[in-house]
Design a protein around this ligand. Structure first.
Ligand code: NAD
Ligand code: DAU
Length: 349
């Protein structure tokens, strides 16, 4: 029985990774370690919580003693590290939280893994990172694994810092590490402060859909289950010290994406075509807003045989269906803490 510690497993991507590993590998024990911040929600994992190879531990990766005790109690064979503060706008209003969790928390995990595993190359530390570490692209070109780091937001700077520490632990201490840098994910259980679920939530409730600047920024969208499958493949097959980019080959200008979403929502809600686009509201741009992200994932495709499975239009429709069928989930996560944060943010634009 292999024990895998998944950090941030109650979040958006983490919950898809936990679900995939629990269901695909009954011979692995999956320990989900999560602090349950506003973004962590155990309801995301209701379908696997009673499985014998799943367990949840509440805790903070910033707490070094706690992490050390956990490694003492559980004979952890591998870490898949997703726990993070993940929202760029929050990093602009509260950068310190991002340094603590994303940098200090990651270094705590690396240090504990190093102390417990010594030089055992059968143990593995997998760090899940973002394409935002590469900065921004102009109109052309793609991020490759060789693109120099050039982060602009406190979020991307903190993720870049954590990536550097992961490489330093590999190069200095021979810790068996792997990093992947992925583009924007979308799908079910995505917290509605991020563009797609926020727009779905607002359109459903006839509220303005805030589009930053002129909506001309471009993101490369990937179905979250394709990301979880990529993590599975990389976790099992990548060489120690390697890095893979993961992306959807699916670039969309924000405004075009929102218009497509409005069309889908009109159809699903039985509203006349064009109703939802009237909710689009251009607001003050995000500070330091990166223009364009686009990933070259040919290394992952060539070496490990992974490629995205889903067309964006199909994935977006499935996503809308999930949100419309899971009103309780949406109502739950949009109550309390989140409301005041969103209102504060939106009022300022
Ligand atoms: P999320 O915000 O939905 O989830 C983060 C999870 O981490 C939550 O469950 C939260 O409770 C937990 N967490 C936060 N601080 C913690 C701490 N100090 N200790 C323990 N747990 C803590 O994030 P997500 O969108 O699922 O992203 C997961 C990872 O993937 C992050 O590392 C992010 O940088 C990376 N990533 C995200 C995307 C994306 O599009 N969302 C793309 C590429 C990479
Ligand atoms: O590229 C990977 C990254 O994608 C991840 O590392 C981050 O964790 C994840 O949050 C995401 O970052 P973005 O900043 O790209 O995602 P977000 O959904 O916040 O914004 C997507 C685009 O939409 C971006 O150009 C900003 C814009 N936007 C966002 C919001 C929330 C709007 O126009 N209006 C909005 O209300």
């Amino acid at each position: 029985m292999k024990k895998i510690l998944v950090t941030g497993g109650a979040g958006f991507i983490g919950s898809h990774v936990v679900r995939r590993f629990v269901n695909t590998y009954p011979n692995y024990q999956i320990i989900n370690l999560d602090k349950l911040t506003y973004a962590g929600n155990l309801a995301n994992l209701q379908d696997v919580e009673s499985k014998p190879n799943y367990q949840f531990v509440k805790g903070d990766i910033v707490d070094a003693d706690f992490i050390d005790n956990l490694f003492n109690q559980e004979n952890v064979d591998a870490v898949i590290h997703l726990a993070a503060e993940s929202h760029v706008d929050r990093s602009i209003s509260n950068p310190i939280e991002f340094v603590m969790t994303n940098v200090v928390g990651t270094v705590n995990l690396l240090n504990t893994a190093r102390n417990h595993w010594k030089n055992d190359q059968n143990k593995r530390f997998y760090h899940v990172s973002t394409d935002e570490v590469y900065g921004t692209l102009g109109e052309t070109g793609l991020f490759t694994e060789e693109t120099p780091y050039d982060p602009h937001s406190p979020y991307s700077a903190s993720k870049a810092g954590s990536d550097h520490f992961v490489r330093a632990y590999h190069d200095t201490y021979r810790l068996n590490t792997v990093i992947s840098n992925c583009s924007n994910n979308y799908g079910s259980h995505h917290f509605p402060e991020k563009l797609i679920p926020l727009a779905i939530h607002n359109i459903k409730n006839n509220k303005p859909v805030p589009v930053y600047g002129k909506g001309e920024n471009i993101r490369d969208w990937l179905w979250v289950e394709d990301h979880a499958r990529a993590i599975d493949v990389i976790f099992h097959q990548a060489k120690p010290g390697s890095t893979y980019n993961i992306g959807g080959h699916n670039e969309w200008k924000n405004i075009d994406l929102i218009r497509l979403l409005c069309k889908i929502m009109d159809e699903k809600l039985g509203r006349p075509d064009g109703t939802s686009t009237e909710l689009i509201s251009f607001v003050t741009d995000r500070a330091g807003h990166d223009l364009r992200y686009a990933i070259d994932s040919s290394k992952l495709q060539r070496e490990l045989g992974w490629k995205p499975s889903l067309q964006f239009e199909e994935g977006l429709e499935k996503t809308v269906d999930w949100y419309l069928q899971n009103e309780d989930w949406l109502n739950d996560v949009t109550s309390g803490h989140y409301q005041s944060y969103y209102q504060q943010q939106y009022a300022g634009r």
